[in-house]
Design a protein around this ligand. Structure first.
Ligand code: IMP
Ligand code: MG
Length: 218
C-alpha cells in the first residue's frame, strides 16, 4: 500500500480502526433481567466466536469448490448464521426459513409448521441448514423432510448447540458448536419469551419457584 497518497492513508486508518474494534472487548451488554429470572453464563462470547470460525473452516474444507447456500432458521439462528457465513471463504449465499410449533410444548405435540418459506429454489444446490439448538429434534426432522423433497444436491446441518439428552427424533447435525447439558439456555440468538437474544454469550436461565408454572417454552 502506498501511504504517500490520500487513498492509502484512508485505507490505513480504516485498517487500524477495524483492528482496534476486533481486539478490544466491548463492555458487557446491559441486558434487562426481570425479577424472578436469573442468567448464568455457560459459554462466553469469545469461545463461541472461536468455535464458529473452526466450523466455518471445516465446512469449506468439506466442500472446497462448491457455492454454498446457508439456510438460517429464524429467529434463533441469526447471530450464528451471520458469524458462520462471514467465516466461510468463497461463494456463500443466504436464505431464511421460519417454523413454529403447534401448542406450547413441542415435547408432547411434536408438531411443527412452516411460517416463512425460502425465497428461492434449492434444487441442485449444496445447502446447509443453520439452527440455533438441536433439542428434541422435532423441528429439524420436519425441516429436513420438506427440504429433501426439493432435491438439493446435498443437505447438511449446522447447529450452535446440541442437547443430546432431550432427543426424541432420530436426527443428527453434521456440525455442532457445543454439546450442552439439559438446561434451558438463552443468548446469542436464543430466547425466552422473545427476550435475551441479545446476550453476547450463552447463559442458563433459571426461574424462581413461583414462576416455574411458566417454565421456558421450548
Ligand atoms: P426441537 O424441535 O425440540 O429440537 O427444538 C428446537 C427449537 O426449540 C429451537 O430451535 C429453539 O427455538 C427451541 N429451544 C429448544 N431448547 C431451547 C433452549 O434451551 N433455549 C431456547 N430455545 C430452545
Ligand atoms: Mg429456533
Amino acid at each position: 500500500m502506498n501511504l504517500a497518497d490520500g487513498r492509502g492513508r484512508e485505507l490505513e486508518s480504516r485498517f487500524q480502526l477495524e483492528k482496534t474494534m476486533a481486539t478490544k472487548k466491548p463492555a458487557t451488554p446491559s441486558v434487562h433481567i426481570r425479577p424472578g429470572e436469573k442468567v448464568k453464563v455457560l459459554i462466553t462470547r469469545d469461545r463461541i466466536h472461536r468455535r464458529i470460525l473452526e466450523i466455518a473452516k471445516q465446512i469449506r474444507k468439506d466442500f472446497p469448490e462448491e457455492p454454498l447456500l446457508l439456510v438460517g432458521v429464524l429467529k434463533g439462528a441469526v447471530f450464528f448464521l451471520s458469524d458462520l457465513a462471514r467465516g466461510i471463504p468463497g461463494e456463500v449465499s443466504l436464505d431464511f426459513i421460519a417454523v413454529s410449533s403447534y401448542g406450547k410444548d413441542t415435547k408432547t405435540s411434536g408438531q411443527v409448521r412452516l411460517t416463512k418459506d425460502l425465497d428461492a429454489s434449492i434444487e441442485g444446490r449444496t445447502v446447509i441448514v443453520v439452527e440455533d439448538i438441536l433439542d428434541t429434534g422435532m423441528t429439524l426432522q420436519y425441516l429436513l423432510r420438506i427440504l429433501e423433497q426439493r432435491k438439493p444436491k446435498r443437505l447438511r446441518v449446522a447447529v450452535l448447540l446440541d442437547k443430546p439428552e432431550r432427543r426424541i427424533a432420530a436426527v443428527r447435525a453434521d456440525y455442532v458448536g457445543f454439546s450442552i447439558p439439559n438446561e434451558f439456555v438463552v443468548g446469542f440468538g436464543l430466547d425466552y419469551a422473545e427476550r435475551y437474544r441479545n446476550l453476547h454469550g450463552v447463559a442458563v436461565l433459571s426461574l424462581k419457584a413461583q414462576d416455574k408454572a411458566g417454565k421456558p417454552d421450548r
